[in-house]
Write a protein that binds this ligand. Structure first.
Ligand code: SF4
Length: 179
């Protein structure tokens, strides 16, 4: 038997896009604990090096933001006042004396009102729905699976309307895959 774990890397267009990645100092003892527990149970254990996951998180969150910093760096450096929702303020948190603080992108919990690097990509699922799901995560609420229950109104109803059906469930029914 083998147990594998992955470190959290914020994923675009999911409720966990706002979640922080734990630092190597936080993850290392957890990995050691699991490794020792698995070893004593005769189970193989594998994990990702937190330093590799850190690079993934920075690349995921910072690539587009870095471009934005290049374009708006002057404004970002000039303004960190006022509401924390402006692009200048958001990016200003990642800029220190004109240099990018990579850990800022990976290890902080993002404000759900901040613009995100991938906001311009339209998936059909609304950001307000994802915000609600993130709040459910923080308050340990279980969200019913729409595959087996009622629609959670994620935003894809527009797609449902266009199809004149029930979105994914309609597609699955058409394909004879409904359960
Ligand atoms: S049934 Fe469709 S529209 Fe409703 S929550 Fe599920 S995927 Fe979204």
């Amino acid at each position: 038997m083998r147990v594998s774990t992955s470190n959290h890397v914020p994923k675009a267009h999911t409720p966990f896009q706002w979640a922080r990645q734990e630092t190597a100092a936080e993850l290392d003892p957890k990995h050691r604990f699991l490794r020792d527990a698995c070893r004593s149970a005769g189970v193989e254990f594998s994990w990702n090096d937190p330093r590799d996951s850190f690079i993934e998180a920075v690349l995921s969150a910072a690539t587009t933001a870095s471009v934005m910093i290049g374009r708006h760096g002057g404004a970002a450096r000039a303004s960190t006042r006022g509401a924390s929702t402006s692009r200048a303020d958001t990016l200003g948190g990642g800029v220190r004396r004109g240099r990018v603080d990579a850990s800022w992108f990976a290890h902080r919990e993002a404000d759900t009102r901040e613009p995100l690097p991938w906001d311009h990509i339209e998936t059909g699922v609304t950001k307000s729905y994802l915000r609600g799901q993130w709040q459910d995560v923080l308050s340990n609420q279980t969200v019913p699976d729409c595959h087996h229950g009622s629609c959670n109104v994620c935003g894809m109803q527009s797609f449902d309307t266009l199809r004149g059906g029930e979105g994914r469930r309609g597609l699955r029914r058409e394909a004879g895959q409904d359960d």
